[in-house]
Design a protein around this ligand. Structure first.
Ligand code: NAG
Ligand code: NAG
Ligand code: NAG
Ligand code: NAG
Ligand code: NAG
Ligand code: NAG
Ligand code: NAG
Length: 744
């Protein structure tokens, strides 16, 4: 247990009035001494204290373990325009009073001021972690997590702010959220509220973000933090393909496998903002939270606004170490589904194979073909619904969630029963049936829209911009939430459905007010929570034109998310490895599709396509087996079998990105089981390299002293495999191998 003795002198003046406790409190991982605070994990320390002259919270340390007494920060004398608040490291920077950096909170007071003066008032320590009302959040028992809540108060405006810090010591993770309450008598507006704000005493850091667009998600970007503000965000209403709600700050020298890395992940699905600012004093500030452009949240007397939470982890084992902390934490303490780490049947999705062009009998035929290959879950994608406005293209039907009688004359029940009585080849299990929905959307060409035009998001008489011929329902409205909950309940109860793919194919354009963004999210989370609690045996998959909502908010409810609409295996290596910076591979949907690829036109070997797809937790096929070359079809049963064999390692194992497609012609990933007894190597060649020495790929994370049987290669020590590596010659253009390593 860490102890330290930099006791604050007995406080006088202001602080005495706040009656701060002086008794040291100690829950093992939260240590409070007077008004200094320490959160200690296995390899992380996070420390801050109250500035006794101002009541401000000042940061002391966020990084590797520090113990005992720590030196007091020496602040340069104030010369020039920047006041003392702009020269110190602040835990929760408010606006005004000489800190010219970006604030974590901006409040428009009743009188119109945007100055705040939030001072320490008291704190409390909680074993475990309280839920965040209405928001997704990490969870754990008193054994897993402890929470420190610091209560701040602005005596001039009567605004209270509670900072909540939870530490998951085994994961070196500190989770923060903020709760602001209007204790005054007038209305105030919260214009900005960052969930996490950290001031690093570092002038040289790189920042890493995940950026892209539709079908090009999660491309890793690394750049040096420069003076001024730089950052990413979304104003699309959802977390979006464009930037992910994630940030890593790393030392300039940090690599995949060594060096310091701080990772930040917002547990939120709405518009967000990530700001990194290097100040005149050369400190680096990072802020993550809801996008201030879409907040303007009004609080009447007595009302509170709770921010989403931000998870931060610290690793001294490089970017890979940071990712593994996130993966483990999210698998165990974020994803609520019982399928978080198990039971992901190989599936076949009808979309790329059939599109909208099917009926009950052709669907049953496709299911039979699928079962014959060893597929265990058949997923009927878009196109099954709509009556007056049948869903035969993307121009009509969204909102009318009853089976299209032209395609399903006797409804879904009978064909679904036919499908679920099929036996998957070489198994004793029956095929499961899953279905696609896009509940938050409506086509103007629908009965729903004719009946409830006001349910669609709009701003007065401004034109309602259609994208993909559709509008977004205002999920902030309770009647819309109930509509979705009711039709989904009826659908799932009406047929033997055990998988739902929940899609969302456009961003939000016109809204009646900026705060609708967050109100929509609260409504959407209510719907997710209600349905996933009501149907815990359904395997839920999130999707938003691919990875448009691949975020920790969605993962709370849905254990897997369709990673990208780009199923080209070459592109997918970059997208999946990028996504894995923060999200566990267990959460990724990845499918083997037909060639030439629908997005890129590229033709890759079926084994290469299969190997890339089986690095995702939910492996599947996206094709019509009747329409692919015989030799590809012949390879499918073997690939499905291999996918099932690697699945436990993908779902529960530790992931090591051995080499990256952006750096190497031979990207590689190693997954090691939790107990270290087995590992599987994925190794790829992405373009031909004629007349070139055959490179070596070196393992990581193995037990140096142990012996491993490498499939097809022989028995070698962990040390040899990690320090010398293995060679895999490819005599083709592109190539791939999947190799098991078994500890002897
Ligand atoms: C405030 O804290 C500093 C540093 O811990 C200490 O030197 C000083 O005496 C304290 N001042 C008051 C008024 O308590
Ligand atoms: C808070 O404000 C009230 C009146 O505005 C004042 O009487 C009181 O002393 C203030 N308290 C502190 C701690 O500044
Ligand atoms: C937010 O603060 C208010 C007032 O202190 C309190 O009633 C409420 O429970 C808090 N909510 C959370 C999530 O901490
Ligand atoms: C505060 O806002 C509410 C709701 O918009 C409004 O009814 C009320 O009049 C406002 N109060 C003041 C003092 O402006
Ligand atoms: C389904 O579609 C197939 C192919 O278009 C057609 O031959 C068949 O008659 C249709 N079946 C029904 C029940 O409509
Ligand atoms: C409505 O659907 C019809 C086909 O059913 C299509 O021709 C028309 O373009 C659609 N209208 C809109 C506004 O999408
Ligand atoms: C539902 O389908 C599963 C196979 O996916 C099957 O085992 C089960 O018996 C079916 N349940 C009903 C009620 O038909």
């Amino acid at each position: 247990m860490v102890r330290f003795a930099n006791k604050l002198a007995p406080v006088g003046g202001l602080l005495a009035l706040f009656g701060s406790p002086t008794v040291a409190q100690d829950t093992g991982n939260v240590v409070v001494d007077g008004t200094t605070f320490a959160l200690n994990g296995d390899s992380v320390s996070y420390r801050f204290h109250v500035d006794n002259s101002t009541g401000d919270l000042l940061s002391d340390h966020f990084g590797g373990t520090v113990t005992g007494n720590i030196p007091t920060e020496i602040v340069a004398n104030v010369h020039g325009w920047v006041g003392k608040p702009g020269r110190v490291r602040r835990e929760f920077p408010d606006q005004g009073r000489g800190d010219f950096r970006t604030p974590a909170i901006r409040i428009r007071q009743t009188e119109g001021y945007t100055v705040s003066d939030l001072q320490y008032q008291s704190h409390s320590v909680i074993q475990g972690k309280p839920r965040l009302p209405g928001l997704p959040a990490t969870f754990g028992t008193a054994e897993d997590v402890s929470t420190l809540v610091v209560h701040l108060y602005d005596n001039y405006s009567s605004v209270a702010a509670d900072l909540s810090y939870s530490i998951f010591p085994k994961y070196d993770a500190i989770v923060r959220s903020v709760n602001v309450t209007n204790k005054g008598t007038g209305n105030i507006t919260i214009e900005a509220l960052a969930s996490m704000s950290v001031d690093f005493p570092r002038e040289d850091l790189d920042m890493i973000t995940l950026s892209g667009d539709w079908a090009r998600e999660a491309h890793r970007q690394r750049r040096k933090v420069q003076y001024g503000i730089q950052g990413v965000g979304s104003s699309a209403g959802y977390s979006s393909h464009i930037h992910n709600p994630f940030l890593a700050l790393v030392d300039l020298a940090t690599t995949e496998s060594s060096g310091e890395a701080w990772g930040f992940s917002l547990v939120y699905t709405g518009s967000f903002s990530v700001d990194v600012e290097k100040s005149s004093q050369s400190f680096t500030r990072a802020l993550l939270g809801m996008n201030p452009n879409q907040l303007s949240w009004s609080l009447g007397p007595g009302e509170s606004l709770t921010s989403p939470e931000c998870v931060s982890v610290y690793s001294n084992n490089g970017i890979g170490g940071m990712s593994r902390l996130f993966h483990r934490l999210y698998r165990n303490h974020l994803i609520k589904s019982k399928f978080a780490t198990s039971d992901r049947p190989p599936l076949l999705n009808s979309w790329e194979g059939l599109g909208y062009d099917y009926n009950a009998s052709t669907i049953v035929d496709l299911a039979k073909e699928s079962a014959g290959l060893g597929i265990k879950l058949f997923v009927l994608d878009d196109g099954w619904f709509g009556n007056k406005y049948p869903r035969d293209s993307d121009t009509a039907g969204l909102g009318d969630w009853t089976p299209n009688p032209a395609k399903f004359p006797s409804g879904l029940t009978a064909p679904v029963n036919q499908i679920t009585s099929l036996r998957a080849a070489k198994t004793s299990t029956n095929l499961r049936f899953g279905i696609w929905v896009e509940p938050e959307m409506v086509n103007p060409n629908s009965s729903l829209y004719r009946k409830h035009p006001d349910w669609a998001l709009h701003a007065g008489s401004y034109p309602r911009t259609e994208r993909r011929n559709q509008l977004v329902l205002n999920v902030a409205l309770p009647e819309v939430q109930n509509f979705i909950i009711n039709f989904m309940t009826k659908l799932i109860n009406g047929a033997n459905i055990t998988y739902i793919k929940w899609d969302n194919n456009r961003g939000i354009d016109e809204t009646p007010s900026p705060s609708i963004d967050h109100k929509y999210m609260l409504g959407m989370y209510h719907v997710f929570e209600t349905l996933t609690t009501r149907f815990p045996n359904v395997l839920w998959e999130g999707c938003a034109s691919g990875g448009g909502r691949f975020d920790a908010g969605v993962l709370q409810y849905f254990p897997q998310i369709w990673t990208s609409d780009d199923t080209d295996a070459m592109e997918r290596i970059t997208i999946q490895l990028g996504t894995s910076l923060v999200y566990p591979p267990s959460a990724m949907g990845a499918h083997l599709s037909a060639v030439p690829n629908q997005q890129t036109g590229r033709t890759l070997p079926v084994s290469f396509r299969g190997h890339v797809a089986m690095m995702g937790g939910s492996f599947g096929l996206e094709l019509d087996p009747a329409n692919i070359p015989e030799e590809d079809k012949a390879a499918l049963p073997g690939l499905i079998e291999l996918a099932e064999k690697v699945s436990p390692l993908i779902l529960k194992g530790d992931m090591y990105r051995l080499s990256l497609p952006e750096d190497s012609n031979w990207p590689a990933v190693l997954f090691i089981s939790e107990d270290g007894s087995q590992a599987v190597l994925f190794y790829f060649q992405i373009s031909p390299r004629i007349n070139n020495a055959i490179p070596r790929i070196r393992m990581e994370g193995l037990d140096a002293a142990a012996m491993y049987n490498v499939e097809g290669k022989g028995v070698y020590s962990g040390a040899t495999l990690m320090n010398m590596g293995l060679q895999f010659p490819f005599d083709t253009d592109v190539g791939s191998v999947v190799v098991f390593l078994d500890k002897q």
